[in-house]
Design a protein around this ligand. Structure first.
Ligand code: ADP
Ligand code: MG
Length: 470
């Protein structure tokens, strides 16, 4: 395997020294040149070298994404399904209950906006079996505040440079390019266009401390080039300044909002009592939401677990057994922890063999799952009452590891064992019953040291990476 060259490169001290004073400095020098800039911003974390990814696995993930777009969109409109799937969860988890409360209220009032825009990402790992083969297994589907695409788009250029600068010319030709941002922004642009009010804006709802601001700039540039007006507002600003008119049009600071694009609001900590009201206001409004509240709920871990039950995918793809088969092939074992016999069995199974499973609450953003003895600790505490329904149980994936170096502010340059997660981006726009856009938009590769069980770019564990096809 050609990455062997890279590995020997990395493992020899002489070469390692050469690499540190050559490639790493080349890559970072211009970022660090301006000390004032360094104090205010830092580069996104990334791996110095790309990771070897089987081409077939990446193509498989990409080929599935339009089906996942369809699936989450169908679920988002299926109140009965969501209510049944989340029944136990909303009794045990306040955050999901609050989101569901908004969903129900919007449903009761009658959903007025028939345009929906979804920017999604399904994440996978390659599960290694004992015979050395690997299979693509889904970790989760993200339907809310999906990020990372702007950085992923840029990284192959950096990796190509690094490979060439250490003499790996042939390898550099096998780097896979991705370009998600144009399609992601085109979906937002389409939703804006369908809203049909030239002076209305796209409102990015952003985090207080804007850690991904520079990445977002790429997206903003695309909108700028299309002459689409956009603004950024924090939840508090929406809370203070937004209102609905008699037709439920959303206004803020005198501007009509055509599209609300959430980059924030996926964790309970993102909300206060006032900002929950602001979220409700936006959901009730005529503005197009990216995503709407139903689509956010469709991305919960609980829904993922319910989808793995026999017969459920068939309900959403009644005449497409091949699609069902392709999607199901990527599902790892997923188990309910709702009260009842099935949940009891899952608890017993996890307690007997905690290293084989991951315990997942309904949270996003990384750093929330439980592994190993922590599973035992949590389950022993909640196993006999309804609190356990806040979680789902999942088979633990064992990905292949390789050696790489992560470049992250404050992290010493060390060669470590890492593993990666593949993400496939999707973009869609539905108008009433018609899917106007349904596309796969590109890929993400994020890599973490195997010291960490959980991952996440925002939680400070993972680094951006790019695939080198094998
Ligand atoms: P989040 O919404 O917080 O990102 P994920 O389900 O993506 O939650 O899990 C976070 C991280 O935990 C993943 O990026 C992955 O590194 C690890 N992880 C999640 N599920 C599994 C699994 N079944 N096997 C192994 N690792 C997992
Ligand atoms: Mg994740």
């Amino acid at each position: 395997m050609h990455m062997g060259v890279t590995k020997s490169y990395l493992s020899e001290n002489r070469h390692y020294r050469l690499f540190t004073c050559h490639s790493a400095e080349l890559v970072l020098q211009h970022l660090l040149r301006h000390s004032w800039l360094h104090r205010v911003v830092t580069h996104a974390p990334f791996t110095l070298f790309p990771s070897s990814v089987p081409k077939a696995a990446l193509l498989q993930a990409l080929a599935l994404q339009t089906h996942f777009n369809t699936l989450v969109d169908k679920i988002s409109q299926d109140a009965e399904f969501l209510e049944e799937a989340l029944a136990g969860t909303i009794q045990a988890d306040d955050f999901t209950a609050k989101l569901f409360g908004i969903y129900k209220q919007v449903q009761r009032e009658g959903q007025r906006q028939s345009i929906v825009v979804g920017l999604s990402r399904a994440d996978y790992m390659l599960d290694q079996s004992e015979d050395g083969t690997s299979s693509l297994k889904q970790i989760e589907i993200n339907t809310f505040a999906v990020a990372g695409f702007c950085v992923s788009d840029c990284l192959p250029v950096v990796h190509r440079h690094v490979l060439k600068s250490v003499g790996l010319l042939e390898e550099s030709k096998r780097l896979h390019n991705t370009n998600s941002t144009p399609q992601m922004s085109a979906a937002l642009a389409k939703a804006w266009e369908l809203y049909g009010q030239r002076m209305a804006v796209i409102m990015f709802v952003v985090e207080d401390l804007q850690i991904s601001k520079l990445g977002r700039r790429q997206l903003e540039k695309e909108l700028w080039n299309r002459n689409i007006p956009f603004i950024c507002r924090r939840f508090e600003e929406v809370s203070r300044g937004a209102s609905l008119d008699g037709d439920k049009k959303l206004f803020i600071d005198g501007l009509e909002v055509a599209v609300v694009y959430y980059r924030y609001g996926y964790m309970p900590e993102h909300y206060t009592e006032q900002t929950w009201d602001a979220r409700l206001l936006m959901e009730r409004s005529l503005a197009v939401k990216c995503p709407d509240i139903g689509t956010q709920l469709a991305g919960t871990k609980k829904v993922q677990q319910v989808l793995a039950r026999p017969g459920v995918l068939e309900k959403f793809f009644p005449d497409q057994p091949q699609v069902v088969e392709q999607i199901r092939a990527t599902f790892a074992g997923l188990y309910t922890l709702d009260m009842g016999q099935e949940g009891d069995q899952a608890v017993a199974m996890a307690l007997a063999n905690p290293d084989k499973f991951v315990l997942k609450p309904q949270r996003e953003g990384g750093g929330n799952n439980y592994f190993g003895q922590d599973i035992v600790r949590v389950l022993q505490e909640v196993q006999s009452d309804k609190r356990r329904a806040a979680y789902i149980l999942m088979d633990r994936i064992r990905p292949r590891t390789e050696q790489n170096i992560q470049l992250r502010k404050g992290l010493p340059l060390n060669l470590t064992s890492v593993c990666y997660e593949i993400g496939a981006y999707g973009a869609y726009v539905r108008h009433g019953r018609h899917m106007i856009i349904n596309e796969v938009a590109g890929n993400l590769l994020k890599t973490k040291s195997i010291e960490h069980n959980d991952a996440g770019i925002v939680s400070g564990v993972s680094a951006f990476d790019s695939p080198l096809f094998i």
